[in-house]
Design a protein around this ligand. Structure first.
Ligand code: HEC
Ligand code: HEC
Length: 359
């Protein structure tokens, strides 16, 4: 799959600029950036690959299920044609039965399988099952979103302590598939962050330079993030995230309480105009953020990313998670920090996309 995406990044679409500035040219459309777009005409070019990731995750397949490597534009596989029919069918269901709202997606039927299951499974246990557990209305919440956020700020060490942090340098390991890769995560206010994992073949970089995000991997030109990826990277880049939550999300609702691991959690749902929601779970006892789930938009459905935070330690009067796990439909990894320094100088050049990528 990585090789196929590499083939794509070499194309024009990688030069997309996310988040068009006021007065800038409108974003490029998929049919302008790619060669053979029929079903997804009119969608922003930078959402085409996320849409492909959404399809792959919904069906539980890799790109080569529908594509021959190196010639993604060619219609040489019957599965690619079937997928076009399916896009038309899904659009028709939503238009005809759900007032044009995207209620049905590939995943509604496929649910991670090539062949949807039309028949319900038999019971696996003779213990009585709880029915409708997930559909019941949430119990009336006794807390307000504002209280939860205030408690979070206090649990971290308070507004003043958080405001004092203007840079953070973290070193540790990225853990995935039983392997450990050394990683550095550098943050600097306002909104700059870069994480660099040092793999044997070279450095993997995920960065936000204060305005846009970019990614780099060994042997390939760095690429700009899509507008949606960039938006997410900006949340991660904010050293004062806890203080900015109320202003970042004009509307914050309290969701269904839930247990995550051993922690009973309060859930909040943050809503911003023109963006998918962000869900946050706070430990009822400690007040700390335990999980965040955010989504990136594609024309076919939303791709989820889940971040789990653990191992909070006090560093200079501010609690920070030394361990976090990032999970997406196609994989997950954990970062374990072993060394933290704050308010040390960090060169701005560390966050800037290398010149080689210039258009
Ligand atoms: C289930 C089938 C399916 C899977 C899996 C799939 N694609 Fe696609 N792909 C399509 C279809 C259908 C189109 C054409 C969309 C249209 O007509 O608008 C397409 C188009 C593309 C294009 C545009 C090519 C061009 O120049 O016209 C690229 C690039 C692409 N896919 C990459 C990927 C990548 C990368 C993956 C894996 C993450 C992937 N696809 C997985 C069905 C699939
Ligand atoms: C309303 C239910 C439903 C939805 C929504 C749906 N599918 Fe399907 N899809 C099916 C069924 C049923 C089959 C036939 C399954 C089989 O062959 O066993 C199928 C078959 C397919 C196949 C052919 C698989 C093969 O083995 O050749 C592809 C590719 C596919 N779907 C892609 C998609 C994509 C992409 C979407 C979203 C745009 C989608 N489907 C949405 C129900 C659905």
């Amino acid at each position: 799959m990585t090789a196929l995406i590499a083939g794509w990044t070499a194309q024009g679409a990688s030069a997309q600029t996310p988040a068009p500035a006021a007065g800038a040219a409108p974003p490029k459309l998929a049919e302008e950036a790619f060669k053979n777009i029929q079903s997804l005409k009119g969608t922003p070019a930078d959402q085409l690959i996320p849409a492909m990731q959404f399809i792959s995750a919904s069906l539980g397949v890799e790109c080569d299920f529908c594509h021959v490597q190196g010639k993604m534009d060619v219609d040489d596989k019957k599965e690619k044609k079937a997928a076009r029919d399916m896009i038309a069918m899904t659009n028709a269901i939503n238009a005809g039965h759900f007032k044009g709202h995207r209620e049905i997606t590939c995943n509604s039927c496929h649910n991670g399988r090539m062949h949807p299951l039309g028949i319900p499974p038999v019971a696996q246990t003779d213990v009585a099952q709880e029915h409708g557990r997930h559909d019941a209305p949430p119990p009336a919440s006794t807390v307000s979103a504002g209280d939860v956020l205030d408690k979070y700020v206090a649990a971290l060490g308070g507004t003043e302590a958080i405001q004092k942090v203007n840079s953070r340098v973290q070193k540790g390991n990225l853990l995935a598939g039983g392997h450990e890769t050394p990683i550095e995560v550098l943050s600097k206010a306002p909104y700059k962050r870069v994480s660099v994992s040092h793999t044997p073949s070279g450095d993997n970089v995920t960065a936000f330079d204060g305005v846009t995000g970019w990614m780099g991997s060994p042997g390939r030109p760095p690429r700009d993030m899509s507008a949606s990826e960039s938006e997410a990277a900006k949340l991660d880049a904010d050293l004062q995230f806890a203080l900015h939550l109320k202003s970042a999300f004009p509307q914050i609702r309290v969701g269904r309480p839930e247990k995550i691991g051993d922690a009973q959690c309060v859930a909040l749902i943050g809503v911003r105009p023109d963006q998918p929601p962000v869900r946050l779970w706070f430990d009822e006892q400690t007040g700390l953020l335990v999980r965040m789930v955010r989504y990136s938009e594609t024309p076919l459905g939303r791709n989820p990313t889940q971040l789990d935070f653990a191992d909070y330690k006090d560093v200079d009067g501010v609690k920070i998670p030394l361990r976090w796990t990032i999970a997406r439909p196609n994989g997950r990894f954990t970062i374990q920090v072993t060394d933290v320094q704050q308010n040390v100088p960090v060169d701005d050049a560390r966050f800037t996309k290398p010149e080689a990528a210039a258009k």
